[in-house]
Design a binder for this molecule. Structure first.
Ligand code: TXA
Ligand code: MG
Length: 349
């Protein structure tokens, strides 16, 4: 296939026709979803899936999510599905929710990195839905960034990373969720969040009555045999150094004030809109008014900082409630675990 990039708006009829044709021929398509852009290939075509790993420079031991467009298709890919998984997908699909289930033999090993489980998601984005339906294929798709870079939340981000490496980018505008889907596994009937996302722990708990958050979500990355292979890689890293500060608002602001001056002009503070007032006179980037807004803007803000030549990002930590957990999970990884827990002000000095 010719390695020339074509760029089409998702509303253009040509987009769906071209994308489905490439999908059926075993090619790669970058397409919008509600979370982040995906780099998709026919999940049952092992050679096509290999090309995904090559284009992204992704380690082969990190498995992919298979995207479906109908709830019943879950049974074609997985078996022994816990009742609670059915209940949760009934509520959260289509949407930013991925379940890890026992895989059927029809799913190629390259998709699951040799694991006996498969990750399945039914996205709500209309173009993603239509592409799966029209191509007649289940689509294996990681985020459409170069491995290790922040995930793409616009077609321009995909272009930055994959220009010249794939035959088609479909432009569907900005992603509405902005962080990748919530990845959930099951210990018997207990849901365990491996990666937090737009479907929050609180939402899962409301339905399941309980929810576990895997230690690696906010803790150390490295484990001999991680529950989710993606956990062990440093992710979302911009070129700038990232440092995260956690604690009560005033103590964090004071600490960031000291650290900011160490770096001065090439530093920027990332915080919520309501905290901007704490950083007058500094270069500051508001991520929006609440956690959902921060989730939506975080990856774009990291990429922008790079293009502005920022050397240091000082991140004013948010709470772990609702979408805050996903924001903290991503930024801690972007920071390579460079997290400072600031003691309460009266204890300083
Ligand atoms: O929102 C999303 O999920 C996006 C869009 C494109 O759908 N996709 C995405 O894919 O984020 P990716 O490949 O960037 O992240 C998939 C995550 C990785 O952390 C991977 O390790 C984990 O899901 N995963 C996949 N299969 C797994 C399995 N069988 N067991 C445990 N974790 C798995
Ligand atoms: Mg990814």
């Amino acid at each position: 296939m010719e390695r020339k990039i074509i760029y089409i708006q998702s509303e253009d009829d040509l987009a769906l026709d071209t994308a489905s044709e490439i999908m059926r021929e075993g090619g790669l398509v970058a397409f919008p979803t509600e979370t982040v852009y995906g780099l998709g290939a026919d999940a049952f075509n092992a050679r096509a899936v290999e090309d995904i790993f090559r284009a992204k420079g992704r380690p082969q031991d990190n498995p992919l999510i298979v995207h479906i467009c109908d709830k019943d298709q879950i049974d074609e890919l997985a078996f022994d599905i816990p009742d609670i998984a059915k209940e949760l997908t009934e509520d959260f699909w289509p949407g930013p929710f991925t379940v890890i289930l026992k895989k059927r033999p029809c799913v190629p090993d390259i998709v699951t990195a040799g694991l006996d489980t498969v990750a399945i998601r039914f996205p709500s984005n209309a173009f993603a839905h239509d592409l799966i339906l029209k191509s007649g294929r289940f689509i294996a798709a990681p985020s459409a960034n170069s491995s290790g870079r922040p995930s793409p939340t616009s077609a321009a981000h995909v272009k930055e990373d994959l220009m010249g490496k794939i035959p088609l980018i479909v432009d569907g505008g900005r992603c509405t969720v902005g962080v990748e889907s919530t990845v959930c596994m099951f210990k018997g009937d207990r849901p365990v969040i491996l990666r937090p996302g737009g479907i929050t722990a609180e939402m899962i708990k409301d339905i399941a009555g309980r929810v576990e958050i895997h230690d690696a979500v906010l803790g150390d990355i490295i484990e001999e045999k991680p529950a989710s292979p993606g956990m062990k890689y440093k992710h979302y890293a911009p070129k700038a150094e990232v440092e995260v500060f956690v604690g009560d608002e005033m103590s964090v602001a004071k600490e960031i004030d000291i650290r900011y001056n160490d770096y001065d002009a090439e530093s920027i503070v990332f915080c919520l809109e309501g905290q901007k007032r704490l950083y007058t006179g500094k270069r500051v980037r508001s991520l929006g008014k609440d956690h959902a807004a921060a989730a939506r803007t975080l990856f774009a803000a990291l990429r922008e900082a790079d293009s502005e030549g920022i050397k240091k990002i000082l991140f004013h930590g948010v709470s772990n409630e609702d979408e805050g957990l996903a924001v903290m999970n991503r930024i801690i990884r972007a920071a390579g675990h460079n997290v400072t827990i600031v003691p309460k002000e009266e204890n300083i000095g």
